[in-house]
Design a protein around this ligand. Structure first.
Ligand code: URA
Ligand code: SF4
Length: 252
């Protein structure tokens, strides 16, 4: 009974927020004011940068070192990483944000222009929608959730990262997952689903069931940037988050 009521309240909240966003905007504006801008990183020599489509020769060494890194080591390694060609045009690598032992881990695709500028994932328009989706299921960025991306550096023109770029960056995301030990991973969109589930299956066919990534339960939903373009899918994303919340509760 109580659960039904809170579900209804949440439903109202999500409809208001997904379609209106007005309330969420204030929260995000405050959040933006609070955060410090990271220093822009300089890339020393463009000639020495690896090609976008080739794995850097140091990639296999890095992937051996990364699995034993702590948070500080990992953050510093990502900050200065040049393992794939995305390092060439980034202003800064966008590591991830949130509680380091969060029960929820949301994984997007890669930084866009706003994220590249500010050094935090999902701070642009798609990020505002993500925050309102999170609020709708009662979670706050930085408290119960950690937010990261498949690639840490912005793909030029916001293109989809190549499988090679996703593979180069994979050890970092994998280490983040190991350190956080989330109770549930939510893959936001096709790029995250493909990377984590190693499948080319359509997003629609992956929704609504519990997958696993190295033992951790994982659910799939639409990417917020896609939802901004496709209004009818917002209701499905809401269903996915309610499903995700149930999965997490039942795993307790
Ligand atoms: N889209 C993503 O996938 N990640 C971000 O951080 C921002 C937009
Ligand atoms: Fe390194 Fe990942 Fe950035 Fe490529 S996207 S340069 S692998 S941090």
């Amino acid at each position: 009974m109580k659960d039904d009521r809170s579900l209804q309240e949440l439903e109202l909240l999500v409809v208001a927020r997904l379609y209106g966003l007005a309330e969420a905007r204030g929260v995000v504006a405050k959040h933006l004011q609070d955060q410090t801008l990271h220093e822009t990183q300089e890339v020393a020599s463009v000639e020495e940068q690896p090609r976008t489509d080739a794995l850097h020769p140091l990639a296999s060494r890095a992937s051996r070192l990364v699995p034993s890194m702590n948070w500080d080591e990992l953050r510093e390694t990502v900050r200065t990483c040049q393992l794939c060609g995305l390092c060439k045009q980034r202003k800064q690598a966008v590591f991830g944000v949130g509680h380091e032992s969060a029960p929820w881990l949301f994984i997007g695709e890669g930084p866009g222009a706003d994220e590249d500028e500010q050094g935090e994932p999902f701070v642009g328009q798609a990020g505002r929608l993500l925050d309102s989706m999170l609020a709708a299921v009662g979670i706050q960025r930085g408290r119960e959730a950690y937010i990261a991306n498949v690639v840490k550096c912005r793909p030029p023109g916001n293109r989809t990262p190549t499988p090679q770029e996703a593979a180069a960056c994979a050890p970092y995301l994998d280490r983040q997952i190991e350190l956080i030990k989330p109770r549930l991973i939510v893959a936001l969109g096709k790029t995250a689903a493909t990377r984590l589930l190693d499948t080319e299956a359509s997003l629609a066919s992956l929704r609504g069931r519990v997958h696993r990534y190295k033992g951790t339960p994982l659910v799939v939903t639409y990417h917020p940037a896609y939802l901004l373009r496709s209004l009818p899918e917002k209701a499905k994303a809401w269903e996915d988050l309610v499903f995700a919340r149930r999965v997490l509760r039942e795993s307790a």
